[in-house]
Write a protein that binds this ligand. Sequence first.
Ligand code: SF4
Length: 384
Amino acid sequence: MALTKQALDSFELGPIRPPSEAYSLLIRATRNCPWNRCKFCHTYKGEKFQLRPVEEIKQDILTVKAIQDRIKETFWKSGYGGRVQEAVRMILNNPPNQAYYNVALWLYAGGESAFLQDANSLIMGTNELVEVIRFLKQTLPSINRVTSYARSKTAAKKKLEELRELHEAGLSRLHIGLESGYDPLLQYMDKGVTATEHIEGGKKIVASGISLCEYVVLGLGGRKMWRQHATQTARVLTEIDPDFIRVRTLTIHARMPLYNELQNGNFIRSTDEEIVAEEKLLLQHLECHSNYVSDHITNLLQEIEGKLPRDKEEMLASIDRFQSLPPQERTNFIIGRRVGIYVHLDDLANSHKHQAVEQIIQRLNQGSGQVGDETIYSLMEGFI
Ligand code: SF4
């Protein structure tokens, strides 16, 4: 297959990828989200879903190869020889375009991992998706890991044999937005999937041999549904027993339908401290063998990570440690996290950082002695 002239310098990129795929090569297999109705999501709002023809995706893969070859050739000529990583670091400082940057970053990390965008690659016909994955691995043989986003409902509709075929072709991991396992909340958020479908889709992926990462949104139930959100999400995850559970904390932006619910009082947001109590309940009810990961910047307690059930008590102990702090120290930690000064609870012991946070608190509370919840939400949302 030949590369068209105009495709030589760039290829199409979608808007997002999971935090854990920061160094993956990004290949846009479909455009936008075929569902696009979730109230808490603004990523693809206003954008129309499109399947991309397989030949078009292959052209992008060939463009990646051309960019990769050009990077290697240029630096060989410039005397860097095989020191690709050193050379790539220079490109990262001044990339000609975003596609070039992505290829350089991917090479810098070893060139082994690729992520298929956008929101639900499983919606492609299985034969087409297999063809894309095979072509990707043949064209770029350094790739030994291919991952993508998918919806539980779509996974539930695929036959187990189809998922196995995808795994054999090279699909290593699927990232699924479970968000919650509580049906009334899934319905309220217009997630378009039930807890039963989450379980069916998730279990099928696990049975196929594809690694599964399920995402949960802490705070999604708000003050009205937080308990059921925590316990029912734990129930669904326990049944699925995915390889990874990743948590991220709810943020609300004006482009989300949930913003209007917040404005008209239908949705009442949980505070950081309430979300910590929710996470504790979730962890207490999880009876699976997953890796629990908290790698999102929005999470207050990023140190709550570990392998279940082995590290469960340790993770709960971190929550207890936060909850046992005097109220002023909890506020100090929350503000310190939300302005990016703290990463972990241990940072509270750093007197310089602690003092810097106290000064910020003085400015924010303007003598009232308290920092309001709205201020804390806007700090978090302004920070990401
Ligand atoms: S399915 Fe995913 S990408 Fe699509 S609207 Fe819902 S959260 Fe957003």
